[in-house]
Design a protein around this ligand. Structure first.
Ligand code: MRU
Length: 351
């Protein structure tokens, strides 16, 4: 059932080097299921920037493999030069997108491993780097499965979940965060239905969440973002589950633009609002969501939806933040691989 949105493919198995990152081009879904193979740092940078690879955990994993590509491409065979190549690739990849902390978490981890491995010979050094990137993939897979198990405890047979954006297999190693409990609940024989917000302006809900749930045989209905209040009002939603791009120490959560609105609606209708994320998405160095950098995207993503004709007159201003911050008090619980965390999050996240 889970989708491998990105993975390392060795050129000469079983040796893991040299190899390439193979990833689904998420901008082409649902019309085309295209995969891109690359060993080029710049191609990975651009894939993250343009959302061919997207979703906080997937961005982190891709960046880790981007560092491997930087090391692999370095022709000078002194380990000191390879450590420098790792740092250069990491510095560059860190400029691709600002909000999802998984990117910086994974790059810092690759930098630390590179420095610690400086005494190895070049062949061992390269192998160590690819092993670390693979560990990041494997750990994400294990965390998502654990999130799925904990989150499934929150779902009863016959319930309907509303979700925003895509926090599924496409956005992670394989299993997803907000969608993981739905997959686990389905494996447990529970019948769960999903409303997927279309998620303007880039339609991750309509294009990606609907696609992957359909692949998994889970009943999904797409709604325009502005329909969420009305389906809640009609009693059609039991639970809201969303992912996260960065969670501050007090539980404030950055996620796809529109998430905050969904949280307000959940509160107004007495519906539990759950955030599901691995610990690689927690940024305990930030005391509150006010410190989370929010990416702004190009106006054209709003004014020319899906790359089509204009829906905004030329010359009219567009404001296009890619994320918003849901205050901790609007979040019923945060589900991580360690379990279900309840407020006050200042204590439960640290614990
Ligand atoms: O701009 P995107 O598509 O990368 O935004 C993705 C989200 O907001 C997801 O909900 C979040 O990264 C969690 S993915 C498990």
């Amino acid at each position: 059932m889970p989708i491998r949105t990105l993975e390392w493919q060795p050129d000469n198995p079983p040796n893991s080097l040299p190899g390439r990152l193979v990833f689904i081009d998420q901008t082409r879904l649902p019309a085309h299921l295209d995969r891109i193979r690359t060993a080029d740092v710049e191609t990975i940078w651009s894939a993250i920037r343009t959302l061919q690879i997207r979703g906080a955990p997937a961005i982190g994993i891709a960046a880790a493999y981007g560092v491997v590509c930087g090391v692999q491409a370095e022709t000078v065979s002194r380990t000191a030069a390879l450590v420098a190549a790792a740092e250069t690739a990491a510095d560059h990849l860190a400029t691709s997108r600002p909000t999802a902390v998984n990117l910086f978490w994974a790059l810092d981890r690759m930098r630390r491993v590179a420095r610690a491995a400086a005494a190895l010979d070049p062949r061992e050094f390269r192998a160590r780097m690819v092993r670390e990137a693979q560990l990041i993939w494997d750990e994400d897979d294990a965390m998502c499965r654990a999130i799925g198990r904990h989150g499934a405890e929150l779902l009863r047979d016959g319930q309907t979940v509303l979700t925003h954006c895509n926090a599924g297999g496409l956005a992670t190693s394989a299993y997803g965060t907000a969608l993981a409990p739905i997959y686990v609940a389905a494996e447990q024989g529970k019948r769960i239905k999903v409303y997927a917000d279309e998620t303007r302006p880039l339609f991750q809900g309509a294009r990606l969440t609907a696609w992957e749930l359909q692949q998994a045989g889970i009943e999904v209905t797409v709604i325009c973002d502005n329909t969420a209040a009305w389906v809640m009002r009609q009693g059609l939603v039991d639970v809201v589950m969303v992912g996260a791009d960065r969670i501050a120490a007090n539980g404030d959560t950055a996620n796809k633009i529109g998430t905050y609105g969904v949280a307000c609606l959940s509160r107004a209708h007495g519906i539990p609002f759950y955030v599901l994320a691995p610990s690689s998405t927690f940024d305990l160095s930030l005391s509150s969501g006010a410190e989370i950098p929010i990416e702004e995207r190009a106006a054209a993503e709003v004014s020319r939806p899906a790359g089509g004709g204009p829906v905004v007159p030329d010359g009219v201003a567009v404001y296009a933040p890619a994320f918003d911050v849901t205050p901790a008090e609007a979040i019923t619980a945060i589900v991580s691989e360690r379990g279900i965390l309840r407020p006050p999050y200042v204590h439960s996240l640290r614990a």
